[in-house]
Ligand binder design. Structure first.
Ligand SMILES: [Cu+2]
Length: 70
């Protein structure tokens, strides 16, 4: 299991976090828990293969919540 914390400038409220949690879990197989921090504008994502960071970033970008480059 890998874990990554991504900074997402577009996070402005709990709804943004819920959207990211929903779409990333639905669309990227292998994603586990996603914890959002609204004030820090971050999401911390647990994942295992077949999920990888590239797929997670692509999904978030597609849904208009692009993370800052690591
Ligand atoms: Cu929001």
């Amino acid at each position: 299991m890998s874990q990554v914390t991504l900074h997402v400038p577009k996070i402005s409220c709990g709804h943004c976090v819920m959207t990211i949690q929903r779409v990333v879990k639905e669309e990227v197989a292998g994603v586990g828990e996603i914890v959002g921090d609204i004030e820090a504008k971050t999401v911390t994502i647990d994942y295992a293969p077949p999920a990888d960071l590239e797929a997670i970033v692509a999904c978030m970008t597609e849904w208009d919540y692009p993370p800052d480059p690591a």
